[in-house]
Design a protein around this ligand. Structure first.
Ligand SMILES: NC(=O)c1ccc[n+]([C@@H]2O[C@H](COP(=O)([O-])OP(=O)(O)OC[C@H]3O[C@@H](n4cnc5c(N)ncnc54)[C@H](OP(=O)(O)O)[C@@H]3O)[C@@H](O)[C@H]2O)c1
Length: 329
């Protein structure tokens, strides 16, 4: 039975998504470069159950990318949706094109592969994964607009775009009669850069949604490493020491985590639910988040973030404790 959650409209579309989506980078784990981040492949049955738990918990959209295993994440997502007998019109899919060392023309050349990997599921939002194409932002947006007109994708977003590039993308799409739906960026209680570099304020002003990636800092904000630092040794070197540097972030966020634990207890919820709830509510409806999961219980728990309210005092207390931590990288 699907629970009722509020829905957020994506600008310029009739797409209405839950405040949380499910990020499925993890569905490419154990292969290629991805194994340096997500060391193990998630078994098929678990992937199917993760998707089921997301849907049962009220999530109606999924975030994947070409770069997540060169189609592996897209294929595994489609297969998990099929295993759960989910029809195309029952869910939304956000995909991403990897622009590195590529011109905008490649978007059109590779779209068929993306559609094949998604095996009949529509690309409701197609995003430029990084701001590093060999073509201009305008050329990329024109290629995306062509794909919308050809009916290959339904709407357009960007990812990791600066304020300046985000405005360029917005203007170029506007000239084609389309809205820039979203900018997917690293945003969490431990990474609040977009509040300082103009991305968040501009997104609010132009009505662009922010999609927060790594909203739990890859598990840091669940409090599990604060409670039991011996778990750090199970992480790959990249996650532990480089990106997001869970070891350093755990050490520096003790006071914040204690407050989150206290607030979680008062609401009879978990710390990760509090961290996600803050993220999707502190800025009204601007921020959506796509926590990933490698176990069914992760998503079963995380969806709970959509079902309670933090008081203004609680929001502000978390805000104050989190702000000073954002000097760190
Ligand atoms: N656009 C971009 O450049 C970009 C970059 C990064 C990610 N993304 C997208 O954003 C999504 C989310 O980011 P992310 O996966 O990097 O970080 P995240 O959502 O902050 O963390 C997900 C990881 O945290 C742990 N976790 C989650 N919920 C938990 C819970 N309730 N209890 C205990 N542990 C829990 C799990 O780690 P373990 O697996 O270690 O247990 C899980 O794999 C990705 O799947 C991807 O779709 C986009």
């Amino acid at each position: 039975m699907q629970k009722k959650v509020k829905k957020i409209k994506l600008p310029g579309t009739d797409i209405e998504v839950s405040p949380l989506g499910l990020g499925v980078w993890q569905f490419a784990g154990g292969h290629g470069f991805n194994k340096y981040i997500w060391s193990k492949e998630i078994p098929e049955e678990t992937r199917n159950d993760i998707v089921k738990a997301a849907l049962d918990g009220g999530i109606n959209w999924f975030d994947t990318a070409e770069a997540y295993g060169g189609g592996r994440s897209e294929r595994n997502l489609a297969s998990a949706l099929k295993a759960n007998e989910v029809k195309d019109e029952e869910v939304y899919i956000a995909d991403k094109w990897m622009p590195m060392m590529r011109f905008a023309g490649n978007l059109k050349k590779t779209i068929q592969k993306r559609l094949e990997a998604l095996d009949g599921y529509t690309i409701d939002l197609h995003q430029i994964h990084q701001p590093y194409s060999l073509s201009t932002t305008r050329a990329q947006m024109n290629a995306m607009a062509d794909l919308v007109e050809e009916g290959k994708i339904r709407s357009v977003g960007v990812s990791n775009f600066s304020k300046k590039k985000m405005i360029k993308a917005y203007d170029a799409l506007k000239d084609r009669g389309l809205s820039l739906v979203s900018n997917q960026v690293h945003y969490s209680l431990l990474t609040r850069t977009i509040e300082k570099n103009g991305v968040l304020d501009t997104a609010k002003e132009l009505g662009i949604r922010i999609i927060s990636w790594s909203p739990l800092e890859q598990g840091t904000l669940t409090g599990k490493y604060h409670k039991d630092p011996s778990l750090l040794k199970n992480l790959t070197f990249i996650r532990r020491r480089i990106m997001p540097n869970i070891k350093k972030k755990t050490k520096k966020s003790m006071a914040l985590m204690e407050a989150i634990e206290e607030i979680a207890k008062a609401h009879e919820v978990t710390p990760s639910q509090v961290a996600l709830n803050w993220l999707i509510n502190f800025h009204g409806d601007t921020v959506l988040a796509i926590p990933g999961a490698s176990k069914v219980h992760h998503v079963e728990s995380n969806v709970g973030a959509m079902y309670f309210e933090l008081s203004k005092d609680e929001m502000d207390r978390i805000d104050e404790l989190s702000r000073p931590l954002n000097k760190m990288k």
